[in-house]
Design a protein around this ligand. Structure first.
Ligand code: KG4
Ligand code: ZN
Length: 342
């Protein structure tokens, strides 16, 4: 079995996977309540929480997975990108365990974890990973489209400014919704039957060669609209619901706009990826999932949606990425944490 450890942001997670990708255990200790009073993640609090939770969680994961220490053949740990203090707790903890057990330690790029996560199943072995697929990673820290061929990842675009999840979080905070804002915006839009057409809201269209995302314009527009219409959790609930639906639609529209540009460029050269896999915290959004599936139907592409439990940060996806890279297992002493990985 492989043990996965994830501590890059505000979730301490430990998972135990069988070699075929069957998830035995995927425990997540969320710190959201500790950060909520501050409206976002406080790095120092995150590090201390990881320190308090990591080892108890490892012990629990082994017990709940019916495994003993000598069943663990290797460890995969998120080595970056993320909050450096938070990463260091996971990496140092994993180094100690791997060194003590005399087993290899595999450093995993957090994004690689997200990229393969749609192939994990709720139960049983992972789905086969196609030779080539397009991956859309949309989270609190990243918004990028990748071309993944034979496990090699090429970045096709990135965000020029804010990540999509960050935009959800900042605008939600502005109208008084708690952190994390994405699920809150979705919930208010859905439960209030928000009308996405009530407020006129421009969606910036693709303009230049890069096909990069840019969410700061939508963020500024949403904040302006909220100010003009006095949208807030303490105001008119229908206006809040309509606002949430409008803002969410604009974010998704930009995502699909860039996806379309990149897809037509790739397919213009003959070959085409057989699947589109979406991943990251924002991939939990129900409206977004429906639209991407719709897009897949019109383009005749299989869309892989991750189980909601594997969208936000978790160690199962880190262990699974470790299984994809078995030949690169490292000496635990050589593994380093890096806040940014280029
Ligand atoms: O992948 P993740 O857990 O952490 C990062 O690596 O960033 O993603 C967290 C992000 C947050 O910005 C959160 O607001 C967003 O995912 N998110 C959502 C939803 N659930 C989580 N955004 C929109 N709709 C959701 N249902
Ligand atoms: Zn993440």
């Amino acid at each position: 079995m492989i043990l996965g450890i994830e501590t890059s942001c505000d979730e301490t997670s430990v998972a135990l996977l069988e070699r075929d990708g069957t998830v035995r255990v995927n425990h997540i200790a969320s710190q959201i309540e500790r950060h909520q009073p501050f409206g976002g993640v406080v790095p120092e609090i995150a590090s201390r929480e990881h320190l308090a939770h990591l080892f108890p969680l490892v012990t629990r994961a082994l017990a709940d997975g019916g495994a003993a220490w000598n069943d663990v053949e290797e460890i995969a740990v998120t080595s970056g990108p993320g909050l450096i203090g938070a990463l260091l707790v996971g990496v140092a903890g994993a180094q100690g365990l791997a060194y003590g057990l005399g087993i290899p330690l595999i450093p995993i790029n957090h994004l690689e974890g997200h990229i393969f996560s749609p192939y994990l199943q709720r139960e049983g072995p992972a789905l086969p990973i196609p030779e080539r697929f397009l991956s859309l990673v949309i989270s609190g820290g990243h918004s990028s489209i990748y071309d993944v061929r034979h496990g090699t990842v090429t970045m096709l675009n990135r965000t020029r400014d804010d990540a999509i999840g960050e935009t959800f979080d900042k605008v939600a905070k502005f109208v008084g919704l708690p952190y994390p804002g994405g699920p809150q915006i979705e919930k208010h839009g859905r439960e209030g039957h928000g009308d996405p057409k009530r407020f006129p809201f421009p969606v910036p269209q693709f303009k230049d060669e890069s096909a990069d995302f840019s969410y700061s314009g939508i963020k500024a527009g949403a904040i302006r609209l909220a100010r003009e219409q006095s949208i807030s959790v303490n105001g008119d609930p229908q206006a809040l619901a309509d606002f949430c639906a409008t803002f969410q639609d604009a974010l998704i529209a930009q995502l699909l706009d860039r996806l379309e540009v990149i897809w037509s460029r790739i397919t213009a050269h003959g070959s085409r990826p057989s699947e589109l896999a979406i991943a990251g915290g924002v991939a939990a959004n129900g409206v977004l999932r429906e639209r991407v599936v719709e897009w897949g139907k019109t383009h005749d592409v299989t869309v892989r949606l991750p189980e909601k439990r594997y969208c936000t940060d978790n160690a199962a996806m880190i262990a699974f990425a470790g299984l994809q890279r078995e030949n690169t297992a490292s000496d635990p002493r050589r593994v380093v944490a890096r806040s940014r990985i280029g």
